[in-house]
Design a protein around this ligand. Sequence first.
Ligand SMILES: C[S@@+](CC[C@H](N)C(=O)[O-])C[C@H]1O[C@@H](n2cnc3c(N)ncnc32)[C@H](O)[C@@H]1O
Length: 207
Amino acid sequence: MGIELKEIYDGFAATYDENRGLFDMTGVFEAFYHSLGQEKGHLLDLGCGAGEPMARFFIDHGWQVTGVDFSEKMLKLAARYVPEMTPIFEDMRMIDFSKNTFDGLTAIYSIFHLPVHDQEKLFRQIHKWLRPEGKALFTYGTKEYTGFDEFEGYKKFMGQELFYAHTTPEKLTDFLESIGFDILSKDYREIGGETFLWVTMEKRSVG
Ligand SMILES: C[S@@+](CC[C@H](N)C(=O)[O-])C[C@H]1O[C@@H](n2cnc3c(N)ncnc32)[C@H](O)[C@@H]1O
């Protein structure tokens, strides 16, 4: 299995400044911010990394942000770039919050590193943590990235073998709808030369 993912991300943190801004997602997160329709709120960013661009953007727009990451070195960068963010140094599978805590949630290039059964457990937690009509934006792996309809395995990224997992977009959205989300958008986007599915969903207010 090689070195653990969090150690790989600790390593990436060392060269973070060189690759800063490689993936420009401005359009995506501006659209998500406007879809939330509120001036202020509380965002949870899962796999926040160095706190850019998501935490920085929401804090600059007056939101409170809590960021979770299991790479200590990434969180050290976040403390430098986004000192206003509340950091939680933990595996996102191990955290818990009260029901209806957050107005919005992002998981950008992070959930795809969990096995599919852990993704499903996390999506149920996300449903609990979001308030009714709260929205989430996340990036999901598909065959456009891995070459397979469904995948659990390793792929090379920046010279390292990283674990990725995904089911099909249809199974994903069926599952999310079955646990109480409405899918607002799902778009394939090529950013920084890599294509992923970007999903926006809302916690259904009844049911
Ligand atoms: C590709 S980076 C993306 C960082 C940031 N979201 C961005 O868009 O730039 C993935 C991040 O997720 C974190 N991560 C991956 N799996 C995690 C887990 N199980 N728990 C907490 N953090 C995790 C990594 O440490 C890394 O900082």
